[in-house]
Every structure is written in structure tokens, then in C-alpha cells.
Design a protein around this ligand. Structure first.
Ligand code: NAD
Length: 443
């Protein structure tokens, strides 16, 4: 099949490359000329394991193309994917400007019947808005074309995106059109060969499914963080509680790790959008609001622990930070707990030395330039440089190489051997026996 993918970001490039890998011809388009030039030069604008190779192979095979021209991208495609951002507005609602701009452009440029698929995470009712926007432009051109608008929310995880796309647990197709459902089934068949994983439902149902999935995951995290805070007060080790409840098959182990809060480009904004959707429809989002609010306060927990331990010595101290990405496997620092922590530390007069295996550059672009210029924040190239001369280490992102570091070397390098473990990576007994003071979450 011939496909276009509009928006060459995390979702767009992965979608384009994976469909190309299955033999389709895909053109990815983005209005960001810098991004497209980088892609044409073989560079992926973010870190995602396996993606660079996949893009390179499919470009070489002539199945994957990049352009800044939407008209060129959509000209021959029978399925047009919208994969642009839906950032939060001030009131929390999803900003649909990019999505509706693309719909307008589609209406102005398509010349044959096609399916328009929304892969962006969009509020219930957006597919209708997309359809109306396209129709308006077609009417203006006095053109009649069969255009089906389908919702196909994306569930990939940054850090494991290619794998998730190639082996999806489920593919959600929201459409009321049987022919559109058939085409989508054919497109996804190579990804779901072992057993049927495609669920066809109403467009609005599909739109809601994406939000409900993210809200459920965020709820589990916030729930566990609240339990962890209670465990701390009661002298209970939340890690034992986690194992105890995770072994219940009705609960399971996923997304019940206590920590210093969730971040990223999806959970925080999707929670806000869902809260807004509820309020706009006269449903009081009691649970959803609590999930967000627990997360906001959880992102402060590491700072509070450091402040309580260092007391009057906090200002003027040096803290090493391990991990900047909002989770391992990505260089995405959007809404990352690390940035919230560093902001509080810098405000309190602390000098921060931070290390991340891949996210240093994206952090450099995201933090206020004054932090770096003034030396309040130093991004170092080695985890041990971050702890050299430090009064404490705060572990924020659970990258694998942090699991088993050389504690002897760390102890020699640090001014004070104190560890604030924001992801409960270490065995408190073990690190204490090595002479460290240890503070975890909920233990
Ligand atoms: N990142 C994830 O892990 C993830 C997972 C599932 C769903 N989503 C959803 O997918 C959508 C895209 O997310 P993302 O992380 O890929 O965003 P992104 O910010 O990485 O990429 C979006 C791209 O769209 C481009 N764009 C915006 N307007 C355009 C236009 N008019 N024409 C062409 N290009 C345009 C931007 O330049 C940008 O490169 C969002 O709705 C998000 O919630 C993201």
C-alpha cells in the first residue's frame, strides 16, 4: 500500500518505518525543515533503539521517504496518517491546532478517495472535527471524494517503540465504515499474524480507549506512590508490599513501581486532557484529579528528602543526579521528574552535577540556559564525575548501568556517602553495609 505519515516525531517516524518494513511505500512529512534535513542525512532526531537501522534499510530499499511537502506526500497515498503533537493548552485541554491544520491541508490537497487515520492522541469527537474540516475544504474546491476518518490510537512506549509497533498487544481501529476497517485490517495483518489482535470499534470508543489506557497506568503509579508514602511513616518496606500484591494475578507487576513520579510527553498531558473532558461533560473527575495531584507532589519527594537530610547545609552543597530522561531507553526529558528536582535544587542554591547515558543533549536544550551558564547545573559525561565531591547522589532514572555501580569508587569520590534512590534500585541493607546512608521511596 502507499501511505503518508504527517508529523515525523516519535510516533510518525516509528509508524512510517515499521509500515515500510512490511513492504508498504511510505512518505513521512514534517513542517520542521531541520528535522527533515536531518532525516534525509540519515539522522534520527531523538534516541530510540533500533530505529536508525530500520529507517536506513527502508530508505535504501526505496520504501521510505521524507519530505516537507504535504501535497507530495499525500498525492499517491490511499491511507493518510496524522501523527502530529497534541500538546496541553493552559486549561489542560488538548490543543488540536496541529491536527486540524493537517486536516485542512488534506482537504486542500487530496485528489482521490482515501482513509485519514488519526494516530495522534485526541479527545473524543476529534475524528468528527477532522472529517468536517476536510469536507469544508473539499466543498470549497467543489470536489467530491470518499474520505473515511479512522481513529487508530498509538500505544508504543518510547524506548521500546519499534518492538511495540512490530508486535502490538492490540491494534485499535475506530470506524463505522466496513470497507475502511477491511483496509486497516489488511494493513495491520503482517503485525498480527500469530493471532488476531485487531479490535474494531466506534470512532469515539477508540479515541476514549487511548486516554483510558494511559489514565489506568498513571493511576497504578500514583496509587503505589501514595501507598509508599504511607509505608514510610509506618516502618513498612513498600518493595515487599509491591511483590506481595504483584503476585496476585488480578493485579500483576506492571506499573506498580513506587518512585519519584511519572513524566514524559504522554501521561501528564493525557491526564490533564481527560480531566478537562470530564469537567466539560459535567462528570466530576475525582480519581483522575487525585492521580495527577499525587504525581505533582511525588515529583517533589526526592527534593524534600534531600532538604530534610542536609538541612542548613543544603545551600552551597553539591548533589549528583543520575538520570535525566523521564524513563530509561529514551532521551525525552519532557515533564521529567529529574527536571523538577533540579529546578528545586538550583532554587535552593545547590550545585547540581547530572549524568544521563543519552539525554544530556535534550536536557541541555530544555533547561534554562542560565542554569548552565552560571554553573548551577553541570552536565557531565560519566556517572562517577557526577558524584565526585558530591554531598549526595540522587538516582532519578533507572537506567540499567546504574543498577550495579562501583560503590567503593563512589564512596571514595563523594564528600558524603549519601544515596537518595528515587527508583528503589538498591538493596538498602547492602548499600548501608558498604557505608552509605540510604533513602529510598517508601522503605
Ligand atoms: N511519544 C509517544 O510515546 C507517544 C505514544 C503514543 C501516542 N502519542 C501521541 O502521538 C502524537 C504525536 O506524538 P509525538 O511524541 O510523536 O510528537 P512529536 O512532537 O515528537 O512529533 C510531532 C511532529 O509533528 C510535526 N507537525 C506539527 N504540525 C505539523 C503539520 N501541520 N504538518 C507536518 N508536520 C507537523 C512537528 O513538527 C513534529 O515533528 C501525540 O498526540 C501524542 O500524544 C505519543
Amino acid at each position: 500500500m502507499k501511505l503518508s505519515v504527517i508529523g515525523a516525531g516519535y510516533v510518525g517516524i516509528v509508524t512510517g518505518a515499521c509500515f515500510a518494513e512490511m513492504g508498504n511505500t511510505v512518505t513521512c512529512v514534517d513542517k520542521d525543515t531541520g528535522k527533515i534535513s536531518a532525516l534525509l542525512a540519515g539522522k534520527i532526531p531523538f534516541y530510540e533503539p533500533g530505529l536508525e537501522e530500520l529507517v536506513a534499510t527502508n530508505r535504501q530499499a526505496g520504501r521510505l521517504h521524507f519530505t516537507t511537502s504535504l501535497s507530495e506526500a499525500v498525492a499517491e497515498a490511499s491511507i493518510q496518517f496524522i501523527a502530529v503533537g497534541t500538546p496541553p493548552r493552559k486549561d489542560g485541554s488538548a490543543d488540536l491546532t496541529h491536527v486540524l491544520n493537517v486536516a485542512r491541508e488534506l482537504g486542500r490537497n487530496i485528489n482521490a478517495a482515501c482513509i485519514v487515520v488519526s494516530k495522534s492522541t485526541v479527545p473524543v469527537g476529534t475524528a468528527d472535527q477532522i472529517r468536517k474540516t476536510i469536507d469544508k475544504e473539499l466543498d470549497r474546491r467543489n470536489v467530491r471524494l470518499q474520505v473515511d476518518v479512522v481513529s487508530n490510537p498509538e500505544f508504543l512506549k518510547e524506548g521500546d517503540a519499534v518492538n511495540d509497533f512490530m508486535r502490538p498487544e492490540r491494534v485499535i481501529i475506530g470506524t463505522d465504515s466496513e470497507p475502511a476497517a477491511e483496509q486497516m485490517r489488511a494493513l495491520y495483518a503482517p503485525f498480527t499474524r500469530s493471532h488476531e489482535r485487531l479490535l474494531v470499534m466506534g470512532v469515539r470508543d477508540a479515541e476514549m480507549t487511548k486516554y483510558a489506557a494511559n489514565a489506568m497506568l498513571a493511576t497504578r503509579i500514583s496509587f503505589m506512590n501514595e501507598i509508599a508514602n504511607l509505608c514510610e511513616r509506618l516502618g513498612v518496606d513498600v518493595e515487599n508490599v509491591r511483590r506481595g500484591i504483584g503476585s496476585d494475578s488480578r493485579i500483576g507487576y506492571s506499573f506498580i513501581y513506587p518512585g519519584c513520579g511519572y513524566g514524559g510527553s504522554c501521561f501528564p498531558k493525557d491526564m490533564k486532557a481527560l480531566v478537562h473532558m470530564a469537567e466539560a461533560n459535567s462528570v466530576v473527575p475525582e480519581v483522575l484529579r487525585a492521580v495527577e495531584s499525587r504525581n505533582q507532589s511525588q515529583k517533589q519527594r526526592l527534593f524534600e528528602k534531600i532538604r530534610d537530610r542536609l538541612g542548613a547545609k543544603l545551600a552551597g552543597s553539591t548533589i549528583g543526579v543520575w538520570g535525566l530522561a523521564f524513563k530509561p531507553g529514551t532521551d525525552d526529558v519532557r515533564e521529567a521528574p529529574s527536571i523538577a528536582l533540579i529546578e528545586r535544587l538550583v532554587d535552593a542554591g545547590v550545585r547540581v552535577k547530572a549524568y544521563d547515558p543519552v539525554a544530556a543533549e535534550s536536557a541541555r536544550r530544555s533547561v534554562p540556559a542560565t542554569w548552565l551558564k552560571s554553573g548551577k547545573l553541570e552536565l557531565v559525561a560519566n556517572p562517577y564525575d557526577a558524584v565526585a565531591g558530591a554531598d549526595a547522589l540522587a538516582l532519578v532514572t533507572e537506567w540499567k548501568p546504574f543498577r550495579n555501580p562501583d560503590f567503593e569508587t563512589m564512596k571514595k569520590l563523594m564528600r558524603l556517602p549519601v544515596i537518595f534512590d528515587g527508583r528503589n534500585q538498591y538493596d538498602p541493607k547492602q548499600v548501608r553495609s558498604l557505608g552509605f546512608e540510604y533513602f529510598g521511596i517508601g522503605r
